[in-house]
Design a protein around this ligand. Structure first.
Ligand code: ARG
Length: 464
């Protein structure tokens, strides 16, 4: 059995059924239907506005399209592979509803400028939604940070204990990453929000259309200046997927930290039942599936970015069917980022608890105050490198004798260097170690309190 084609009578027979399926995009571009309808309504209004069709015809098209929207929402409109794509599906249904008027909708338009318009409208809405989610996630991070200014957590470089931190400072680092993500999306949005509608198939149109009119109706900021570029540009999709990849990088880094914080080896957080999973065989297990899935899903967004770049790199101007391949990766990137942001927000808001006792013990059990001993001597006039070497030796002896710096007696300190006084104990106390890092952007409590205030204020800044 062959499928009836949607195109002109120059075709005598239908498509091979496999090829019909292979060619069709309806199974995934149905996602665009509401944007397709909105775009077509703007196009119909423009056709009437410029006198290309009558006012009455314009109104009939707009209300027919609205009916399709309602039919779709109520589950009555479910086009199949025979429609090929969402654009044909909507146009065909419109003709069923409005009769011959429906056949006028495609005047002065091509599916090439149409699909570009739909994809941009879709992406603009998704960007706004993702930005709202980022703000929500940031506010959860901030809530936890505000309650934990003086909760200390070991800080690491090379995953080796380095210097203790305020937990708030640690969480604010993620706040900042997410802030850049939010800004990046605003920036991408500027280039998403340009209208290709009216570029036609590739060269513009013979009709006296008004591209600025449709752009305004659809709240685009500008129109593409060149029709060839307008129908074949997918930079905006690549940029979005790149921004989405970076969001995933940030979520995945936090996910990784949560995973090892929840391990018995670290024990910095407890996973609560609402966000933890069990094992089918080991009854004692409580697994961090949520952050693991976030970490695991990151790769697919990177993959979509790569696929888009490769898909574009060899395309001659203008539209090529390859471009139909932009959608599934884009949709999946949106879905993945949306799902992961939501999951991480829930996980942080109600799925885990920091174990403050354990954290307080953790920062006392290591040599992460060694820099402060060197700094102590340097403040007293010992050149830093000399002080650094001296403390290195002290650490070595302490390790050999199974002691920590705080276990040394004042006499021992004085033997190491006469500049040591009783206030060395205060200087190496973890709270003081953190408080003392009061340089701008550092973990010192004064800095962190200031940073928290600024972060709160950021949340009230509109994303655009
Ligand atoms: N389904 C197509 C896509 O997603 C719509 C544009 C088709 N244009 C064409 N010249 N065949 O790209």
């Amino acid at each position: 059995m062959t499928q009836q084609p949607n195109w002109s009578p120059r075709f005598e027979s239908g498509l091979h059924p496999h090829i019909a399926r292979f060619n069709a995009s309806i199974n995934f571009d149905i996602e665009l239907i509401e944007y397709d309808i909105t775009g077509s309504q703007a196009h119909a209004k423009m056709l009437a506005h410029t006198g290309i069709i009558s006012e009455l015809e314009g109104e009939q098209l707009v209300s027919g399209l609205e009916q399709i929207r309602q039919e779709y929402r109520s589950g009555k409109f479910t086009p199949g592979v025979d429609a090929e794509d969402v654009h044909f599906a909507v146009e065909r249904r419109l003709t069923e509803i409005t009769g011959d008027v429906g056949k006028k909708l495609h005047t002065a338009r091509s599916r090439n400028d149409q699909v570009g318009t739909d994809t941009r409208l879709y992406l603009r809405a998704q960007i706004e939604q993702i930005q709202r989610q980022i703000r929500e996630f940031q506010s959860v991070l901030l809530d936890i940070a505000e309650q934990n200014v003086e909760t200390l957590i070991p800080g690491y470089t090379h995953l080796q204990r380095a210097q203790p931190l305020s937990l708030a400072h640690h969480l604010l680092a993620y706040f900042q990453m997410l802030e850049r993500d939010c800004q990046r999306l605003s920036d991408v949005r500027r280039r998403v929000n340009i209208s290709p509608l009216g570029c036609g198939a590739l060269a513009g149109t013979t009709f006296p259309i008004d591209r600025h009119y449709t752009a305004e109706l659809l709240h685009f900021d500008a129109v593409y200046e060149n029709s060839l570029d307008g129908v074949s540009d997918r930079d905006f999709a690549i940029e979005f997927t790149c921004a989405a990849s970076l969001i995933m990088v940030h979520l995945s880094r936090l996910a990784e930290e949560v995973i090892f914080w929840a391990s018995q080896e670290f024990g910095f957080v407890t996973l609560l039942d609402s966000c933890a999973t069990g094992s089918s065989i080991m009854p004692q297990k409580k697994n961090p599936d949520v952050p693991e899935l976030v970490r695991g899903k990151t790769g697919r967004v990177f993959g979509h970015l790569q696929a888009l770049l490769v898909m574009m790199k060899g395309l001659p101007l203008a539209y090529n069917k390859d471009l139909q391949e932009d959608k599934e990766g884009l949709f999946d990137s949106v879905k993945t980022v949306t799902d992961c942001l939501e999951s991480m927000t829930i996980l942080l808001r109600e799925g885990l608890q920091f174990r403050n006792r354990r954290l307080a013990d953790a920062v006392c059990e290591d040599f992460s105050n060694a820099t402060d001993v060197a700094d102590y001597l340097a403040t007293k006039g010992v050149p830093f490198r000399e002080a650094y070497n001296l403390v290195g030796k002290v650490v070595k002896t302490c390790i050999a004798t199974n002691k920590l710096l705080k276990d040394l007696t004042l006499e021992e300190w004085k033997q190491l260097h006469p500049a040591f006084e009783a206030d060395i104990y205060q200087a190496i106390n973890p709270l003081q170690v953190v408080a003392a890092r009061n340089s701008y952007g550092g973990t010192g409590f004064t800095q962190v309190r200031e940073a928290l205030k600024n972060a709160r204020a950021t949340l009230n800044v509109p994303t655009r």
